[in-house]
Write a protein that binds this ligand. Structure first.
Ligand SMILES: [Zn+2]
Length: 445
């Protein structure tokens, strides 16, 4: 369930590398990839076959390795992992666990099994060895970007799913309490006040629910840390103003711990845990700030049980200038969302145009302060259905939002679009799935 715990452990062990020179970081990464390559080709029949004729001496050799995607990874799961796990056995174990809502225990007493639901229903399975799942809290603090001025830390961690390694902690400088995001909002507010919480960790979707209760929070928060979902800039601003504190994020995926915040509150790629390659729309490698990355390829530098080497991710990010904090790890300006979250329209010339999800988020959020949550569903190019969850029903939002979106789309030469906007309460998922703001059901055949 919890690659999150595992990688944090590694974060703590190696976190000092962020102040190394770029050159040292790159040579460390190349060394790790060489080791990973050797391990994978020795212990994984899948990689032995895939990498026939390949050797790794230089970065060019790395970049010449074929990429794999989630579908390939799952198809070859049994041959790809290096610890002899069988796909069908692992899947039935994980599915049974999920059915029982039992998120504890280790597979074969050795592994935490993570099951991610994919966009088109294709599940991904991720293995984390038990030894790596133990030391979350210390590790979290090591690279959390939390200010020392907030000590002692009294943390409330709102978890979507309970998992191995999560126990309440009561130490002199750190107390940590866990609650499920499924708890009623009143209970969450009570827990914040009664425990005099100063650091709140929660997914953005939960924070949006909590906005309605913000004035019932009587303690002063020193930081909010988001995780598990994209934190859009407009949400970030809104949280900072409503909860009167800085908001930082952890950017993680089942495939790896991609980035975490520095003391300035900026996201940096965890170059010691993952090697991230970015490509623009034309497929050119991106090494400079402010270019939209349409394709991300990830190599997990620390997971040898299930090597993910040059693995195609669905995420889109933009790099930023070097950070004043001094870290040489590449800084992320902006997480644009997932490639699946792009919205498609026809422009005046009959060309298909896409709109980035972060723009859509902005257009919707700025149209009313009273929007608590929304969900956008697209079934055909040129039309979207938007469900809006308002604090207080106000139907006037429908014409306001319709004209706002139409007007914004014109800047992209998109004159015709069908917008269906409905007001309805939106519930967060009650299973372990993430809340998705964008649901793309366009048949791409
Ligand atoms: Zn920084």
């Amino acid at each position: 369930m919890n690659p999150f715990v595992a990688v944090w452990d590694f974060v703590r062990l190696v976190w000092h590398r962020r102040y190394h020179s770029k050159k040292r970081i790159r040579s460390y990464q190349l060394r790790q990839i060489k080791k990973l390559f050797a391990h994978a080709t020795t212990h994984s029949p899948f990689y032995r076959q895939l990498y026939q004729g390949h050797v790794i001496h230089s970065w060019d050799d790395v970049h010449n390795l074929p990429t794999i995607d989630k579908q390939t990874m799952m198809e070859h799961f049994s041959d790809l992992n290096t610890v002899g796990l069988n796909k069908d056995d692992v899947i039935s174990y994980a599915v049974q666990k999920e059915r029982d809502k039992d998120f504890y225990g280790y597979y074969q007493d050795q592994y935490v099994i993570g099951l991610s639901s994919g966009t088109s229903g294709n599940k991904g399975i991720y293995i984390t060895p038990k030894a790596m799942t133990k030391r979350l809290p210390a590790v979290f603090l090591a690279r959390s970007g939390l200010p020392l001025s907030a000590l002692p830390y009294r943390i409330l961690f709102l978890l979507r799913v309970f998992s191995q390694g999560f126990d309440d902690i009561n130490a002199p400088l750190v107390s940590l309490k866990y609650l499920s995001t499924m708890e009623p909002l009143d209970e969450i507010v009570t827990a914040i006040n009664d425990n005099r919480i100063n650091i709140l960790m929660a997914p953005p979707s939960l924070l949006r629910q909590l906005i309605t209760k913000a004035d019932e929070i009587t303690v002063s928060l020193k930081r909010i840390v988001t995780y598990a979902e994209v934190l859009y800039p407009d949400d970030k601003q809104r949280f900072e103003s409503v909860f009167a504190t800085k908001v930082i994020e952890i950017y993680q995926a089942s495939e790896g711990q991609i980035a975490s915040a520095c003391k300035e509150g900026h996201l940096h790629i965890n170059e010691d845990l993952v090697y991230i390659e970015l490509f623009d729309e034309e497929g050119n490698r991106i090494d400079t700030p402010h270019v939209k990355g349409h394709r991300m390829v990830l190599t997990n530098l620390v997971n040898v049980a299930q090597p993910l080497i040059r693995y195609e991710m669905n995420d889109m990010i933009v790099l930023d200038e070097p950070c004043p904090c001094g870290s040489k790890f590449r800084r992320i300006e902006h997480v644009l969302g997932r490639h699946d979250d792009l919205l498609y329209f026809m422009d005046q010339n009959g060309q298909t145009r896409y709109i980035f999800p972060d723009l859509f988020v902005r257009w919707i959020i700025v149209s009313s302060e009273a929007i608590r949550e929304f969900q956008v569903r697209q079934r055909t190019v040129g039309s979207v259905e938007i469900t809006i969850d308002m604090m207080g029903e106000d139907e006037r939002i429908i014409p306001t939002l319709t004209s706002k979106i139409k007007q914004e789309l014109q800047a992209f030469d998109i004159i015709e679009s069908e917008l269906e906007i409905v007001l309805a309460p939106i519930k967060l998922p009650v299973d372990k799935n993430k809340f998705k703001r964008f649901i793309n059901e366009i048949d791409k055949q």
